[in-house]
Design a protein around this ligand. Structure first.
Ligand code: SF4
Length: 366
C-alpha cells in the first residue's frame, strides 16, 4: 500500500485520515500542529502521541518524503538546497534572508517542460510535477535549516513560486499547498505573502483571478514583441502577447487596493536590452493600460547558456526609458549567483571543481 504523505493534507484531510484509523478528531489537530507549527519531520519526534499510534502511523503514512542532499551557502547569506524526492528526482529551494522579511523561493516541478532559452532548468526537461506535500516540505526544510527545527522565525516569511518548474502547470498542488500553509495553527503564511510567477499559461491567469484568497501574480515577459518572445520563451507560440496581455487586463480587475502585479523582464546583453526594446515594452504596456510594474532582472549567466548579463549602463538606460514613459521599473539585485541559486540558474547543480568558491559550499551533515 502506498504511504500517505501527511504534510500534503489540510487539517480537514487529516481528520478524514485519522478517522479511517479509528482515531478521534483531536488527533488530526495534534498531527497538523506537529507537522506545520512545530515543523517535525518524523513521527518519532511527535512524543505527545502514544507510541502505539506512532507505530501505526508509520505503517500507513509518512511525515516527510524529501531528503536533503546538499546545501550551499552564498557569501550574501542566500542558501540553496538540493533535495531529492522519494523517487530520486531533484528539487531545489532557495532561502533568501532579507532585512525585513525572509523570502523562500520554491519549486513547483522537478525540471520544467517549458523551454525558455535563458533558463538552466529548461535543460532538465520535465521530470515530474511536485505534490502539495512536496511543496510544503520545501518551506519546512528551509525554515528548519535557517532557524532550527520548530524555532520561531524572527521575521515574517514571503514565498515566491519562482524556482524550478511552471507553477501553473502544477496548479492543483500549488493551491492545495497554499491552503495548508495559510493555516493559523500551522506555518501561517497567508496567500497575500505569496507571489506566483508564470511564463504565461493564459487560462490559469484567468482562473487565478477568480480564486477568492489568491496569491500575487508575476509574469515573465522577457521580450516586447512576439517575434523575439517566440524565440526566448516558446510558450509564446501557444499564447502570444496579445492573448497574454488580454488575460492580464482581466486579471487586473481582481487587484486589491494598492496591489499591482509584476512583469519580470530578464535582461540579456545585446538580445532584448536595447533602447528600442525598452520603448516597445513601454508602448506595449501603455497600450493595454495595465496598472503594473516591471522588475528588470540582470541575467544570471550559467554554462551552457549562450547569454551574458546586460552591462549596468544598459540596465540603467532601459529603466530610464520605461520610467520616462510612465512605467514603474525596478532593478532586482541578483542573490546567490555564486552558488547557482539565482533566477534561471536552478538545474540541480552539485558542487564540482568547476563550481567556483568551494569555501562557500556547505555539505549538509545531518
Ligand atoms: S524560466 Fe521558468 S518556465 Fe521557463 S524554463 Fe525556466 S523554470 Fe521553466
Amino acid at each position: 500500500m502506498e504511504q500517505v504523505h501527511l504534510t500534503g493534507l489540510t487539517e480537514a484531510g487529516l481528520r478524514e485520515f485519522v478517522k479511517s484509523m479509528g482515531e478521534p478528531d483531536y488527533r488530526a489537530r495534534q498531527i497538523f500542529a506537529a507537522l506545520h507549527r512545530r515543523r517535525l519531520r518524523s513521527f518519532d519526534e511527535m512524543t505527545d502521541l502514544p507510541k502505539e499510534l506512532r507505530a501505526r502511523l508509520a505503517a500507513r503514512a509518512t511525515a516527510s518524503t524529501l531528503a536533503v542532499e546538499s546545501r550551499y551557502i552564498s557569501e550574501d547569506g542566500t542558501r540553496r538546497y538540493l533535495l531529492k524526492t522519494h523517487d530520486n528526482l531533484p528539487v531545489e529551494t532557495v532561502f533568501i534572508p532579507e532585512e525585513r522579511r525572509d523570502t523562500i523561493c520554491f519549486s513547483s516541478q522537478s525540471g520544467c517542460p517549458l523551454q525558455c532559452s535563458f533558463c538552466l532548468t529548461a535543460k532538465l526537461g520535465l521530470l515530474r510535477t511536485l505534490t502539495a506535500g512536496e511543496i510544503v516540505e520545501q518551506i519546512i526544510v528551509a525554515l528548519n535549516d535557517a532557524y532550527g527545527e520548530g524555532a520561531r522565525t524572527p521575521r515574517g516569511t514571503n514565498l515566491v513560486a519562482m524556482g524550478a518548474g511552471e507553477p501553473f502547470l502544477a496548479f492543483d498542488s500549488l493551491m492545495q499547498a497554499l491552503r495548508i500553509m495559510a493555516a493559523e495553527d500551522g506555518l501561517h503564511i497567508v496567500p497575500n505573502r505569496v507571489t506566483v510567477s508564470t511564463a504565461g499559461i493564459v487560462p490559469r491567469i484567468r482562473e487565478l483571478a477568480n480564486v477568492p484568497d489568491r496569491p500575487h501574480l508575476a509574469i515573465s515577459l522577457a521580450a516586447p514583441t512576439d517575434e523575439l518572445r517566440d524565440e526566448l520563451m516558446p510558450i509564446n507560440k501557444k499564447w502570444p502577447l496579445r492573448e497574454l496581455l488580454a488575460a492580464c487586463k482581466e486579471f487586473e480587475k481582481s487587484l486589491r487596493p494598492g496591489e499591482r502585479f509584476t512583469f519580470e523582464y530578464v535582461l540579456l546583453d545585446g538580445v532584448n536590452d536595447s533602447d528600442e526594446h525598452a520603448r516597445q515594452l513601454a508602448n506595449l504596456l501603455n497600450r493595454h493600460q495595465l496598472r503594473t510594474k516591471v522588475n528588470l532582472i540582470p541575467h544570471n549567466p550559467g554554462d551552457p547558456l549562450p547569454y551574458r548579463p546586460s552591462p549596468p549602463e544598459r540596465v540603467e538606460s532601459f529603466q530610464r526609458i520605461l520610467e520616462s514613459k510612465g512605467v514603474h521599473a525596478f532593478v532586482r539585485r541578483p542573490r546567490g549567483r555564486d552558488i547557482y541559486a539565482a533566477c534561471g540558474q536552478l538545474s540541480a547543480r552539485r558542487a564540482t571543481a568547476n563550481n567556483p568558491s568551494p569555501a562557500l559550499v556547505h555539505q549538509l551533515t545531518r
